[in-house]
Design a binder for this molecule. Structure first.
Ligand code: FPP
Length: 248
């Protein structure tokens, strides 16, 4: 089936995941298979980012979250970190105009203070430029770690308790979730991880509680429009129970 036939089938099925999150994995292996440096794989991965954003928008996904750089990725060799930062800057330069035209609102989530000033400025520029885009939200998780996100939320609430503006008993799931990066979007319905790895890797630990997972064997640079559509079609066949028993 062509990708357009897949898209047609998705529309016939009806239930579109509102929020899709993707762990983009396998750039390094893709490069190694070609005898090239890891950076070469990341660069090819940027093309897949473009395809995924376009395909998600076409399918009617409201929120797309991409894990672009984890808090653990800082420990990679300096050259690779610099290459990834340069790619983020390149992505912003290349895509800013088109994302704005397509109505895609970009946000960055993560500990952005650790980024260098040039990368931070680039990210800020795409966030400012695309603000209010009505078609889809694109969250770029950069220097992001879910445990850190949760600890930061706990610290913020503890501060309020110390100030006397909050009682410990008032802390519930809703209030806690409001402190997290993804407070203003629904939890992901579908998590895609490429390259066959069956791990969460410190990604959105709170928000993934009831998310459907889809692991694709395809390496991220080879993951295209039709692969995203196949993941959505697979999601549409699932029976989501959220821990309950469905009435028969
Ligand atoms: C994982 O592959 C991928 C990353 C650490 C970075 C993802 C970055 C991109 C796709 C490019 C730029 C992103 C944007 C948003 C423009 P890996 O290096 O862990 O691969 P491996 O597991 O095969 O070694």
């Amino acid at each position: 089936m062509s990708s357009e036939q897949l898209l047609h089938q998705i529309r016939l099925n009806g239930t579109i995941p509102r929020h899709v999150a993707i762990i983009m994995d396998g750039n390094g292996r893709w490069a190694r298979e070609r005898g090239r440096p890891r950076e070469f794989g990341h660069r090819a991965g940027m093309t897949s980012v473009r395809a995924a954003v376009e395909a998600a928008g076409d399918a009617g996904v409201e929120v797309l979250t991409l894990f672009a750089f984890s808090s653990e990725n800082w420990q990679r060799p300096q050259g690779e970190v610099s290459a990834l930062m340069a790619l983020l800057e390149l992505y912003v330069r290349r895509e800013r105009k088109e994302l704005k035209e397509k109505g895609i609102e970009v946000r960055a989530v993560g500990d952005l203070h650790r980024l260098g000033p040039r990368t931070r400025a680039a990210i800020q520029s795409i966030v400012d430029h695309t603000r209010g885009g009505p078609k889809m939200r694109l969250n770029l998780a950069i220097s992001y770690g879910a445990r850190d996100e949760i600890v930061t939320a706990a610290r913020r609430l503890a501060e309020r308790v110390r100030e006397g503006t909050l009682m410990p008993g008032e802390i519930d799931e809703e209030l806690f979730a409001e402190q997290l990066y993804f407070a203003d979007v629904p939890d992901p319905d579908l998590l895609i991880r490429t390259s066959g790895e069956m791990r969460i890797s410190n990604f959105m630990l709170w928000q993934l509680a009831y998310t459907e997972m889809y692991v694709s064997p395809v390496l991220w640079p080879d993951f295209g429009r039709e692969h995203l559509f196949r993941a959505i079609l697979d999601f549409q066949q699932r029976e989501r129970r959220f821990g309950r028993v469905l009435a028969s």
